[in-house]
Write a protein that binds this ligand. Structure first.
Ligand code: ARG
Length: 460
């Protein structure tokens, strides 16, 4: 067995169980590109500061290129006894170029190294998620464009509430996704500070230039406090929080579409390409992808909770517990990317069943609130209007009819203020045209929202 990089003070090597328990290379090799990028910047800085020679720097850079090539091509041998991605790369560099490699870790610790890698990794991951969020927004806006004028029942408490335009509903998800994106952008701005050079926790007595490495790695600036730099994973917590909120939004979309695809609703039909069957019931066609979107949100939320609990008992500065930050982070990112991708494909492959929706609209007195507004326009106080319409609805329930089917005589018996013009307010088609408030389901308001998104998302 080769001796560890810290071999000097040790007489025995670790037991097999300790090695297996403590290794992280099996998952943190995911960071290799960022680790190499950080090492390049660090080597350049060491040379500029006269801490290593230019020739040492050149061999380190060539060695790192070769190692990166080997990792990409699958030739690289990841060794468990070398513990993590950082020591695997450093030890392989030493195997490859010899002495100069031993200077790379000057004024650096794995503590600042790992968190630098992680910040670089998160930055990239956030950009990928942002791209997918935009794709889903585009798919939802296109779906809205395809379904102009379609009125659907709007629900509160999952009970029929008021008529709304389907476009309005779809755009509500687009708005939510936009805030998810904004949270991620905000998180990226806040995490974009460079821990490199914090070393183990206290910084170093060697004349390094942290501003140079921060700049080369496209960070806004070096982190001000070296203890903070290696201690905290709040940026991961923020990232996973933002992911969790997005995942909850997607889960709700999933739930709605699963419900709408049921026989009971029958409002939408997914194409076969986004549905799966049953191994026993030959007739089945299930909206599994959206059920899984709903289901996988649990992981994303769970990963956030894991990280919160991981961090809560840690004194400053680095503690080995922090090695446990990576798997939940990687899993959350992979999961949310999949959820976004599949939701986008689902949105591209569903059709709304106009006829079923049409048949569903008369039930539930969706026009009742519009009728109350009618009475308000006639000068009746709203509370009284509410009462009058309530009694009108009760009459409909007794007669098993709709508000629009009551005669003017019936209505006048309830209140004399009703007039012939009331019929212009009844029925979902009339009712939906009456909305005029900013952000409402009125057609010109919805058209305005749609124009906003078409332009913001540059949809042709
Ligand atoms: N694999 C470790 C981690 O992920 C790297 C840092 C280890 N530092 C240490 N002092 N043992 O956290």
């Amino acid at each position: 067995k080769e001796s560890k990089l810290w071999g000097g003070r040790f007489e025995e090597s670790v037991t097999d169980a300790v090695e297996r328990f403590g290794e992280s290379v099996s998952f943190d090799k995911e960071l290799y590109k960022h680790d190499i990028r950080g090492s390049r910047a660090h080597a350049n800085m060491l040379a500029q500061q006269g801490l290593i020679t230019d020739s040492d720097r050149n061999s380190i850079l060539h060695g790192l290129d070769e190692i990166e090539r080997r990792i990409k091509s699958g030739e690289f041998e990841w060794r468990r006894d070398r513990e993590d991605v950082h020591m695997n790369i450093e030890a392989a560099l030493t195997d490859l170029i010899g002495e100069p490699a031993k200077k790379l870790h000057t004024a650096r610790s794995r503590n600042d190294q790992v968190v630098t890698d992680l910040r670089l990794w998160c930055r990239e991951a956030i950009d990928e998620i942002l791209t997918r969020i935009r794709q889903l927004q585009v798919a939802l806006v296109r779906l809205a464009l395809k379904n102009e004028g379609l009125i659907v029942p709007g629900y509160t408490h999952l009970q029929r509430a008021q008529p709304i335009l389907l476009q309005h509903l779809l755009l509500s998800y687009v708005e939510q996704l936009d805030r998810d994106a904004a949270r991620l952008i905000n998180c990226k701005d806040r995490l974009n500070f460079c821990p490199l050079g914090a070393c183990a926790l206290a910084g170093t007595g060697l004349p390094i230039d942290r501003f140079m490495t921060a700049k080369e790695l496209d960070f806004t600036a070096p982190m001000r406090n070296s203890i903070d730099a290696v201690s905290d994973r709040d940026f991961v917590l923020e990232f996973l929080s933002a992911n969790s909120i997005a995942a909850v939004h997607l889960s709700r979309l999933g739930e709605e579409w699963v419900l709408w695809a049921s026989e009971e609703f029958g409002f939408l039909t997914p194409s076969d390409s986004v549905s799966t069957g049953s191994s026993i019931m030959p007739q089945k066609k299930n909206p599994d992808p959206m059920e899984l979107v709903r289901g996988k949100s649990a992981r994303v939320v769970g990963n956030l909770v894991t990280l919160l609990v991981l961090c809560k008992g840690l004194p400053q500065a680095y503690n080995r517990d922090l090695q446990e930050d990576k798997e939940p982070l990687f899993d959350s990112v992979k999961t949310i990317l999949g959820m976004l991708e599949v939701s986008t494909e689902f949105a591209q492959n569903i059709s709304f069943n106009r006829e079923r929706i049409q048949r569903a609209l008369p039930a539930g007195h969706l026009d009742a609130t519009t009728l109350a507004d009618y009475l308000v326009k006639k000068g009746i106080p709203f509370r009284t209007s509410h009462e009058i319409v309530g009694r009108s609805v009760a009459l409909c329930i007794a007669r098993k009819c709709q508000l629009s089917e009551l005669t003017l005589e019936d209505l006048k018996k309830i209140h004399p203020v009703f007039d012939e013009d009331v019929y212009g307010f009844l029925g979902v088609e009339n009712s939906v045209t009456k909305f005029i408030s900013y952000g409402s389901t009125g057609s010109s308001e919805v058209a305005g929202q749609l124009r906003h998104w078409v332009s913001k998302l540059s949809i042709a």
